[in-house]
Design a protein around this ligand. Sequence first.
Ligand SMILES: C[S@@+](CC[C@H](N)C(=O)[O-])C[C@H]1O[C@@H](n2cnc3c(N)ncnc32)[C@H](O)[C@@H]1O
Length: 224
Amino acid sequence: MDHFKRELQKTADGTSTLYIPEIDEHYHSVNGAITEAEHVYIKEALLKRVSKGVTSLRVLEIGFGTGLNTFLTLIKAIELDIKIEYVTLELYPLSNDIISNINYASFVNEKYSYLFKELHFSEWEKEVAIDKNFILTKKKIDLKDFISTSLFDVVYFDAFAPEKQPEMWNEDIYKKIYDSLAHDGIMTTYCAKGVVRRGFRDTGLTMERIPGPPGKREMIRGNK
Ligand SMILES: C[S@@+](CC[C@H](N)C(=O)[O-])C[C@H]1O[C@@H](n2cnc3c(N)ncnc32)[C@H](O)[C@@H]1O
C-alpha cells in the first residue's frame, strides 16, 4: 500500500481527506472529515471516558494517517486541561508534501493551528511532549506486530474499511484491541457492521450500536 497514490480531496465540511484510487478508499467520510472525527473519536470515545472523572489517560490510535484524530485529541487535552499519553500506529506514514497540503490547521481555533505541524514533524518511535498536557508516540509498525506493554483507556480503531483491508478486521485484531484496553476502557470505530460488532463482543467487550456521524446511521462502541 506504501506505493499507492494518495489524492488530496475536500469533504463536505471543507476539510481535507485523502483518496487511494487503487483500493477506491478514503481516509475519512466524504461527508466531512473533521465532523466525522469529532463525532466518532472525540465525542463518543474520548469525552465518554473523560466524563467518568478522569484527569489523565492513555489513548491508542490505530491508523495515524493525516493526524486528524491526534490533532483534535491534543486540542481537547489542552482545552480540558487533562494529561494524555497518546500512542498512534501507522504502517504507511505520509510524505511531507502531502501533509503540507492538508487544511485542518485552518479549521480550529487559530491559537492551536501551529500544533498540526508540531505533531507531524515530531520524531517517530519516541515519546515527544507536544504540550505539557500531551505526550505523543508515533510508531511505524504493522498493527499485527504491535504488542502493547501497557493498557489504554481509549482506543480509536480507525483502519480502512473491512472490504478494503480485511486483514485489519479479524478475531486476532479484535482480541489484540481487547487486551490493550484497561478496565472501563472504551473503543470506538466508524464501522457498524454486525460481523465486526459480534467479533468484538466475542472478545468480552460490551458492545453498543450508537448513532454515527452525518451520512452514517450507526457506528459501534465497546466498553471493557
Ligand atoms: C482510515 S485511515 C486513518 C485515518 C487517520 N486516523 C486520520 O485521522 O487521518 C487508515 C490508516 O491505517 C493505516 N494502516 C493501514 N494498514 C495498517 C497496518 N497494518 N498497521 C497500521 N496502520 C495501518 C493506513 O495507512 C491509514 O493511514
